[in-house]
Ligand binder design. Sequence first.
Ligand SMILES: [Zn+2]
Length: 156
Amino acid sequence: MILCFVGVDLGRKKRRRRSIHGFPIWYCRSTLLRPEANGRIRSNDLICTLDSGTIEDIYSGAGRLQNPPSDDLLLQAFMYYFRFDAFLPQIDAPDLPPAHIAIRNIDRTFYESLGPENLSKKCKRDGCNRGTISLSVLCRVHHFESVKGKPCPFDD
Ligand SMILES: [Zn+2]
């Protein structure tokens, strides 16, 4: 079963509340406006859909942060899911970084997890003068590239 919820305009205070299968659901009109042929402006009424299982998961996730979850927390959890396609990790969680920054952060964490290079053992990659990392015949840069299958953006 598909349930409709959410436009996005919390600033205009047009949100409404409904209850579907016992779950409080909010929706509101989109801020996107478009002119009609008669020159009047009307909202686009964009509608997104979530299946009932996802709505229950969002509700349950909010309930783990605060039991029972307040109306404001539920709204926050639904909006977070709407914006980031992810469950609210904590109350008042900051926005997720853009994807390219998140990927770079993950890559950096992996790169740093490789540990220091042993300068007494040279990397096996032709032309590389760096040392090897523990349990590898490659330096951090070349081990990163070997595992990730892409150029390493780091060289420290
Ligand atoms: Zn190397």
